[in-house]
Design a binder for this molecule. Structure first.
Ligand SMILES: NC(=O)c1ccc[n+]([C@@H]2O[C@H](COP(=O)([O-])OP(=O)(O)OC[C@H]3O[C@@H](n4cnc5c(N)ncnc54)[C@H](O)[C@@H]3O)[C@@H](O)[C@H]2O)c1
Ligand SMILES: [Zn+2]
Ligand SMILES: [Zn+2]
Length: 393
């Protein structure tokens, strides 16, 4: 079969690899119909190559049709349409019983001292072949796959694999008070959906901070108030918009990619790949330190407010503004999404004809698997209006 494979920094290819097959009675094989490229994949593309081997299959946002199931998989069968959560969880251990599916004790990667294994996500998370491929072996398939009805387009369901549960958890953890205000930093797919979900769940005002024009525009289409980070300090602007106090909650949906890698100068290398205007603005206004967004969030949030991190950070020794965190009495909550935990809350919204979360207004590109190298490139460089790309094998 064809699969998108890692070959080094900014080098992904479409290779022919052996077809996956059932290895455990809890496995399933799924023929993939749509599969997202995620901001998390950009970390691999750019920063985390040291934790990848050449030829590793990427991708953790797949959906498709079941080909075959192992003997212990009973809730789905060949021919069923399914979405696959990016967490690999058993559904019945101590952590899964508490719905902390991203910490599953059956699949925890103990050698690396990490939580549950993930599809297509480095040796840190089990080096499990990913879902940007024609076929996927799904481990723990007696629990993970979400069966969805035939009919509606893949876009209605594919984001259940990661984007929607991650955004839902970000909003849940942000703990926005009834009628309160929330600012979302980063208007990639995760930020877009976090902002829309916050709005849907009753936040009175939702602000979206980014520095890419079409991302700010997309947010505006969904009743999110744009804050352009190229135009000055977002924290200051957010205070102006909230009677000087700052928003009740801040969601950081940027993560390490804004700032660079655990190895120094990367921020500047990334900046060097963005359009010049964006780069200059980033250097002058938004800063390019690894934690610039998180520090800005600490500055912006009101006293006693909450910061919810869904952006992924990887550093070990980054300084945190402990004095401000303590003095402002800020609550900080974060983590890998526990996908299955939120799916039942989200399904009615993606099935609602009126599309309240606008899932049909997120993907800017649907491309064949063969164009994966191009897709990674335009997503990373933010070219051609790319905001979310779905590959369709
Ligand atoms: N917690 C989880 O389970 C989970 C799941 C999926 C993704 N993620 C993480 O969420 C983050 C976002 O993912 P995505 O797919 O939306 O990726 P993305 O790369 O498209 O989004 C990041 C956004 O941040 C913006 N940005 C960069 N620097 C900024 C700055 N200084 N100020 C304001 N905005 C800035 C970028 O323009 C971009 O729109 C990534 O770190 C990803 O790894 C976490
Ligand atoms: Zn993802
Ligand atoms: Zn478990």
């Amino acid at each position: 079969m064809k699969a998108v494979t890692f070959h080094g920094k900014r080098d992904v290819r479409v290779d022919t690899v052996p077809d996956p097959r059932i290895e455990e009675p809890t496995d399933a094989i799924v023929k993939i119909t749509s599969t997202g490229i995620c901001g998390s994949d950009l970390h691999l593309y750019e920063v985390l190559g040291a934790f990848m081997d050449e030829g590793d299959i990427l991708g953790h946002e797949p959906m498709g049709v079941v080909e075959e199931v192992g003997a212990e998989v009973t809730h789905i069968q060949a021919g069923d349409r399914v979405v696959i959560p990016f967490n690999i969880s058993c559904g019945h251990c101590y952590m899964c019983d508490q719905k902390l599916f991203s910490q599953c004790e059956t699949t925890q990667v103990r050698e690396e001292n990490k939580g549950a294994a993930l599809l297509g996500y480095t040796k840190l998370y089990g080096q499990v072949p990913g879902g940007q491929a024609e076929y996927l072996r799904v481990p723990q398939a007696h629990f993970g796959p979400i069966k969805v009805p035939d009919g509606p387009p893949d876009e209605r369901y594919v984001y259940l694999s990661d984007v929607l549960p991650t955004a839902w958890q970000a909003v849940e953890y942000a703990d926005v008070p009834e009628g309160g205000t929330v600012a979302v930093y980063g208007l990639g797919p995760i930020g877009q959906m976090s902002a829309r979900i916050a709005r849907h769940r009753g936040a009175a005002r939702v602000f979206g901070v980014d520095l890419v024009p079409e991302r700010l525009e997309m947010a505006s289409r969904h009743d999110i108030e744009p804050v352009d980070a190229r135009e000055g300090d977002p924290a200051e602007r957010l205070r102006e918009l909230t009677e000087g106090r700052g928003p009740d909650a801040v969601i950081d949906a940027v993560g390490m990619e804004a700032h660079g890698s655990p190895v120094g100068k990367l921020a500047h290398q990334i900046a060097g790949m963005l359009p010049d205007t964006v780069t200059r603005a980033m250097m002058e206004k938004a800063g390019v330190d690894r934690l610039s967004v998180l520090h800005n969030a600490v500055d912006a949030v009101r006293r006693g407010g909450t910061i919810s991190l869904s952006g992924v950070y990887g550093g070990m020794v980054d300084p945190m503004p402990m004095m401000d965190l303590f003095d402002k009495q800020i609550q900080l909550r974060m983590g890998q999404a526990n996908v299955r935990r939120w799916v039942d809350d989200i399904i009615p919204l993606v099935e609602d004809e009126s599309d309240p979360l606008g899932v049909e207004d997120l993907a800017t590109h649907k491309l064949p698997l063969a164009q994966a190298p191009h897709a990674y490139e335009i997503f990373q460089k933010k070219q051609d209006g790319a905001i979310k790309i779905l590959l369709q094998p």
